[in-house]
Design a protein around this ligand. Structure first.
Ligand code: RP5
Length: 159
């Protein structure tokens, strides 16, 4: 069985409508992933356990998406030295600005690489993860170059 390289975590099942964008990108690059729901405040022990064991389970990168006072990515980053990419989600009255600031403003020492709010962020989180993996994987590197060429070719075309 192929090793699953990416662990996608979201704070609620209601976040899946955004975080499936991550899954689509990873599937496009044939990268194995697992997707789990765990909340930093409702299931804090489970969340910390998942983060603490992610390295030994063979994951290379964690993508964490949450809305509101989003501390999921930071809580996970505090339990692992794997790179953690945070996706702020627009699930609250503040449309994701709260989640953006909560996710991006980590105090120095425990980084969370934070992407844009919502679907675009979820997509870019996966692409950033692919870029990290491509540093040591030639065929992934080639696929990424082709992806960029296709993007360039799509400029000006209607969707
Ligand atoms: C956050 O609260 C979750 O990440 C979600 O974005 C938001 C709302 O969660 P639910 O009330 O839909 O479970 O913790």
């Amino acid at each position: 069985m192929k090793t699953k390289k990416i662990l996608i975590v979201m704070g609620s099942g209601s976040d899946a409508k955004f975080m499936t964008e991550c899954a689509k990108v990873l599937e496009g690059f044939s990268i194995g992933y697992d997707m789990v729901v765990s909340s930093a405040h409702r299931t804090p022990r489970r969340t910390r356990e998942i983060a603490a064991r992610a390295g030994e389970k063979g994951y290379s990168i964690i993508i964490a998406g949450a809305g509101g006072a989003a501390h999921l990515a930071g809580a996970m980053a505090s339990e692992t030295i794997l790179p953690v990419i945070g996706v702020p989600l627009p699930s609250s009255y503040l449309s994701g600005m709260d989640a953006l600031l909560s996710t991006v403003q980590m105090p120095g020492g425990i980084p969370v690489a934070t992407v844009a709010i919502g679907e675009a962020g979820a997509k870019n989180a996966a692409l950033l993860a692919v870029e990290i993996l491509a540093l040591s994987n030639r065929s992934l590197h080639k696929k990424l170059m082709r992806y960029r060429q296709d993007l360039a070719g799509s400029v000006g075309k209607r969707k």
